[in-house]
Design a protein around this ligand. Structure first.
Ligand code: CA
Length: 713
């Protein structure tokens, strides 16, 4: 327990009941803050009843995680009149992925670095702010930026999980912490980016860490006290230590070698869905690490429970069923994308199902009570790691070509490691029967390396340098696109798609007003007809808007909100204008005009180093730098393109950052334990060569924007 600040509710009640005069008691009542975040099971179960229709009380709106709002004031007929009504600037320009939670007129939103803000949902008036003060150095333990996807609300508190692995209960009325605990072993590189969920008085939270080869687990804490109730590990530990339960013993039979030393993974970093109908929690588990399965655990095997949906009993944490989507996973195919429950008419019969569109490109429909596979169909074109899913056995028909881990040869595999769909939340409209998905149609050349021992933590065992070379081959796949996909889960086919050229699609919201809302990486937030995909409205967000949009009602007016904050397409060097944007019919607010940031200039020093030194620099860069800074010397995501970095001008400046940790507060820690001083100079020689080459080809203003995909985990 990190701190214990529980206000004594019982003592306060006793005091007012027996020790005070009626006058004084009334005065004390008036001074108390208004009840806040009064969310409970009954209310969540009635989320679609008129009394709660204007609320957005949990990450996925209600237990089903359908992100479908019954509100209709804003609809396909009038959405053209939607305008900005208020906005809130954030103090961090890192990636923003938060879904706001709105309860009784108060909006709770998180930002990068795990900060939390409460606003009046109608006006944007700030109510309180909470900064958990996570150390900047912890960023090195996050595979994919210091993002946060939101809070849970329950019984007067909001629950925030932090990038440094804490779970904090906060008084929703005052913004003061009530309890604050570590959910991880602080000596290990775990990080939390996901939103907690609360059900049956338990706060459920996982963590990220698969890319660091950590053993993933789901924890359930008592919402009132923060005491650990139960924990379920995703992968088996060292058999010599004994197994936590029967499932771990069975899972160990699907691994070989000494996986617990170098491998594991399975971190459940996003999807946690409670189903009141079955009393089960469905958790989506992460990929394995190192990525190539033959390095992780040679000789085959399914590697349970990686890349699976696992159903656990909420009361005890006991195993109920599992379905493994990618057995013997090798492509970073997390099964962590948000999980929905729904009632579908299948072959004339009403079935209560789980729906899932994980990274691996297949859309799964499972029986929610027992995990029986009902359908599995590719939802993007060109999926080639498997030729299909055999419904009888429930297993993928694997393509030997894609098993680069076994063949020892590189392979162009579709979907790419960011997945056909990642963390961007999907929505489902019971009115149209369609699921709305941020889909990505992209391929990646996977090449295994021998190394599985990166001292900095990430244990991918993938050669980014060799991948970059393969991308230049004539037979490299040419497709690389994102779009908003409407998928029909009953007829198992695409209904429509909406595409913005050069953009990745964001999370989605479906409403009873026959609308689907979704942002994209091309600085736009838009509304589409839910049945046809016709684009009806759009707003300039000045930065990518990829988080899950929400809608709510206060005093009879409907609002639509989305968090924006991703690198700007076409001008990645400018600030990303991270903000919460709130719209209503007739809204008249204006964003300040964006500041014009000129493109940076390539100004490398004179090239140096032999071809051998530069090649060694490229290899070292590929191993230690490229997961953040991009392969082939090109910028990826939120991180600087080092060809433009002033620090490449002198060996001293470069060393100060890479070895001495001059920028560690920003998350760029010292790499001294991984990179030798002479290798630092080789990396600099490589970057100078790349910058010189780029300058001579005048491609200064065209970094790899399309490759800059927020891949999430
Ligand atoms: Ca991953």
């Amino acid at each position: 327990m990190r701190s214990l600040l529980v206000p004594s509710l019982c003592a306060a009640l006793l005091l007012s009941a027996c020790g005070q005069s009626p006058d004084k008691s009334a005065k004390a009542e008036a001074a108390k803050p208004a009840p806040a975040a009064q969310v409970d099971e009954a209310r969540l179960l009635a989320a679609n009843e008129p009394a709660n229709a204007g609320q957005w009380m949990s990450y996925g709106r209600d237990y089903s995680e359908q992100r479908f709002s019954p509100l209709t004031q804003v609809n396909a007929g009038n959405v053209k009149e939607l305008g900005l009504t208020w906005f809130a600037d954030f103090d961090t320009r890192r990636g923003q992925e938060s879904t706001p939670v709105i309860v009784d007129g108060v909006l709770y939103v998180t930002t990068a670095w795990s900060k939390l803000y409460a606003y009046e949902a109608k006006t944007g008036k700030p109510l309180w702010a909470f900064d958990p003060q996570v150390p900047g150095e912890w960023a090195v333990n996050a595979c994919c930026d210091v993002v946060n996807r939101g809070v849970a609300a329950w019984n007067g508190k909001v629950y925030l999980a932090t990038i440094d692995g804490r779970l904090i209960a906060i008084d929703a009325a005052t913004g003061k912490p009530v309890w604050d605990i570590y959910t991880i072993d602080k000596s290990k590189p775990y990080a939390i980016t996901g939103a907690p969920r609360v059900a049956k008085g338990k706060v459920l939270i996982g963590q990220g860490g698969s890319e660091f080869s950590q053993r993933g687990y789901l924890s359930a804490y008592d919402a009132q006290t923060g005491k650990l109730d139960w924990r379920w590990y995703i992968t088996p530990g060292n058999p010599a230590d004994g197994f936590e339960n029967k499932q771990m013993e069975l899972a160990a039979k699907t691994w070989s070698g000494q996986w617990w030393k170098t491998g594991g993974g399975g971190a459940p970093w996003d999807a946690i869905t409670f189903d009141p109908q079955t009393n089960l929690v469905y958790v989506g588990t992460g990929n394995g690490a190192p990525w190539p399965s033959e390095i992780r655990s040679p000789g085959g095997g399914d590697h349970l429970y990686l890349s699976s949906i696992v159903a656990l009993k909420i009361d005890t944490g006991e195993y109920a069923w599992h379905y493994q989507e990618t057995p013997n996973e090798s492509w970073d195919y997390d099964s962590t994308a948000q999980i929905q429950t729904a009632d579908l008419q299948l072959k004339g019969e009403k079935r209560h199902v789980v729906m899932h569109a994980p990274k691996n490109g297949f859309f799964y429909v499972l029986d929610a009570t027992n995990g029986e596979l009902l359908s599995a169909d590719a939802y993007i074109p060109d999926v080639n790691w498997a030729k299909g899913i055999d419904l009888k056995s429930g297993r993928p028909i694997k393509n030997p070509y894609a098993n680069y881990s076994k063949t020892g040869k590189g392979a162009f595999v579709t979907p790419y490691y960011g997945g056909a769909h990642n963390w961007q939340p999907m929505s489902y409209s019971p009115k149209t029967g369609l699921v709305y998905i941020a889909a990505t149609h992209s391929s990646y050349p996977f090449v295994a390396t021998k190394e599985d021992d990166n001292p900095m933590g990430q244990k991918l065992s993938i050669s980014f340098a060799k991948s970059a070379a393969m991308l230049k081959q004539a037979d490299a796949p040419k497709f690389n696109e994102g779009y908003l996909l409407a998928w029909d889960p009953v007829n198992k086919k695409e209904a429509w798609r909406a595409k913005k050229e050069g953009a990745r699609s964001g999370g989605t919201l479906a409403t009873a007003g026959d609308l689907v809302f979704a942002g994209n990486s091309a600085n736009e937030f838009a509304a589409y007809r839910a049945d046809t995909g016709e684009r009806l409205w759009g707003a300039d967000t000045q930065t990518g808007a990829l988080a899950g949009p929400v809608t709510y009602e206060v005093d009879g007016e409907q609002y639509v909100a989305v968090v924006a904050g991703f690198r700007q397409t076409g001008s990645y060097w400018a600030p990303n204008y991270s903000r919460l944007l709130v719209y209503k019919l007739g809204g008249k607010a204006q964003l300040p005009a964006p500041v014009d940031f000129p493109a940076p200039l390539l100004n490398p020093p004179a090239a140096f180093g032999t071809p051998e030194v530069i090649a060694h620099g490229e290899e070292t860069y590929g191993r230690f730098c490229s997961t953040c800074h991009g392969s082939d010397g090109l910028s990826r995501g939120m991180f600087p393109d080092l060809r433009y970095a002033g620090a490449i001008n002198t060996p001293e400046a470069f060393k100060t950052i890479v070895l001495d940790g001059a920028l560690s507060k920003n998350g760029m820690v010292s790499f001294a334990k991984a990179i030798k001083p002479e290798d630092v100079e080789a990396i600099r020689a490589y970057l100078v060569a790349k910058a010189t080459d780029a300058k001579s080809h005048e491609q200064a203003a065209t970094p790899a924007a399309a490759a800059a995909t927020p891949h999430g985990g």
